[in-house]
Ligand binder design. Structure first.
Ligand code: HEM
Length: 434
């Protein structure tokens, strides 16, 4: 339910007087601060629509009859880009050549595997360089992670982000959109490789950074829950947003936490955006997939699978354990809360009123197979292996998957993430953006 918190009149639209029900729900995203984009006024020199943040209390939008008669038909209006694609806004045409190139060449053959995971992680590490209290913490989703890679790639928390530099920078150089937009666009497209993802929205028009984010903005896997939640809150993300965003670890793994092994998955289905991550992190840890004694790693319940200390603690801490458990066997909740939180994350530090809704450029994700829609206990494990943490609701009763105990295979590494740029900064061509 939505109500406008900014007067349309101040934007050049006629003053609002009457009340209508929003005609096109795809223009409003379910998040604590949904975004509504108005098309440009025909009489206005404004070339892109204005986007407003909405508070969630009323199901109606207050618009004058004049705005209503213009606005609703315009929502259905489409423009045709030079190469024939249709979109709601001419500004979005710039994204189609980028999409075609990265689909064909950057994500070539990737089905929610290493290249997708790499593109998703860097979007977080870029966006989180922001603070609602300290200006010096960066300007959020602003491309600084690459633009100032010489500084930021050297931070401990960004170990492995060199893979994303190798993967994306050759494509960034070929296209004329901001580095900030490229990073979030590539991450949004990467999500559409993963069955289980809800259609991700995309806002276009980020402004590039003029300075690096300082060290310390990216949470570390060895930090305790208070520290992680405080950092996320300072960037504008609640505990609920944090847990929602960590659904990304359902399609992820670690290359550098255990220095002896790369591509260690965080759950048994790292190419499917399903709820298994939230089940498996709640099970009693019994083993390490490789070496022991690594900072930020605790024992996992399944051979081949790695568990971050941070995920382990977030699953158990009173501040987050019920939020964590709420994702178990609830694909719809996991997918919709991630969709909203990911949109919010990608807008950190940016002026949404100057951005354009280009959601209709984003491809459709593959469907989730029925077999992955329900959570299960991995073979050989049962409710007795759950470390119950949420005090108010019992962990759901799940079936145990049939078969022998799992050994989850390593995620195959994409050669495109393995370029000249090394984790220590050697070989990275930082002059590319000069
Ligand atoms: C909030 C605390 C978080 C911590 C402490 C954390 C920590 C980590 C660590 C240590 C890794 C393994 C890196 C490596 O060794 O290769 C990792 C991987 C990953 N993380 Fe997170 N993360 C957090 C949140 C997020 C968020 C919010 C997202 C995205 C929205 C995200 C997406 C990913 C992805 C996709 C990977 C896999 C990267 C790959 O396989 O190349 N993480 N994370």
């Amino acid at each position: 339910m939505y109500t406008i918190i900014q007067s349309f009149g101040s934007l050049g639209y006629p003053e609002s007087k009457s009340t209508i029900v929003l005609g096109n729900p795809t223009q409003v995203y379910a998040s604590p601060h949904p975004v509504l984009c108005l098309p440009p006024l025909p009489s206005s020199p404004r070339s892109t629509p204005c986007c407003l943040q909405l508070s969630s209390s009323l199901r109606v939008l207050r618009l004058s009859t004049a705005v209503r008669s213009f606005f609703l038909p315009a929502l259905q209006r489409r423009v045709t880009c030079a190469a024939g694609q249709q979109t709601a806004n001419a500004a979005c045409c710039a994204l189609f050549p980028v999409l075609e190139d990265i689909q064909t060449n950057m994500f070539a053959g990737d089905t929610c595997s290493d290249a997708s995971h790499t593109a998703l992680r860097v979007a977080f590490h870029d966006a989180i360089g922001f603070s609602t209290t300290q200006k010096s913490f960066g300007t959020g989703a602003d491309g600084s992670i690459f633009l100032f890679g010489e500084t930021e790639l050297g931070f401990d928390a960004n170990l492995g982000i060199a893979d994303a530099f190798n993967l994306e920078v050759p494509f960034i150089k070929k296209h004329n959109i901001s580095v900030a937009d490229f990073i979030q666009f590539a991450a949004t497209v990467s999500l559409t490789k993963c069955p289980g993802i809800l259609q991700p929205p995309f806002m276009f028009g980020r402004v590039d950074a003029t300075a690096p984010a300082p060290d310390g903005t990216v949470p570390e896997p060895f930090q305790n829950v208070d520290v992680i939640l405080a950092r996320m809150a300072d960037a504008g993300l609640t505990a609920a947003d944090t847990v929602a965003l960590l659904a990304s670890h359902s399609i992820a793994g670690a290359d550098d936490v255990d220095p002896t092994l790369s591509g260690l998955p965080f759950d048994s289905t790292p190419s499917i955006f399903d709820t298994q991550f939230f089940v498996e992190t709640q099970l009693r840890g019994t083993l390490f997939p490789g070496s022991s004694g690594n900072q930020g790693e605790v024992m996992s319940a399944i051979a081949g699978e790695i568990r971050l200390q941070s995920d382990h603690l977030l699953a158990r801490d009173t501040a987050t354990n019920c939020l964590w458990q709420a994702n178990v066997n609830n694909q719809a909740h996991m997918a919709s809360s991630f969709q909203a939180a990911f949109l919010k994350m990608g807008l950190l530090g940016q002026d949404v009123s100057k951005m354009v809704d280009c959601s209709d450029v984003i491809p459709t994700p593959p469907p989730l197979a029925a077999a992955n829609a329900q959570s299960v206990f991995p073979p050989g494990l049962t409710h007795a292996d759950v470390e119950q943490a949420c005090a108010t609701t019992m962990f759901p009763n799940l079936a145990t998957a049939p078969g022998a105990a799992l050994t989850v295979p390593q995620i195959v590494q994409s050669p495109l993430t393995d370029g000249d740029c090394d984790d220590d900064g050697e070989g990275c061509d930082f002059s590319s953006f000069a």
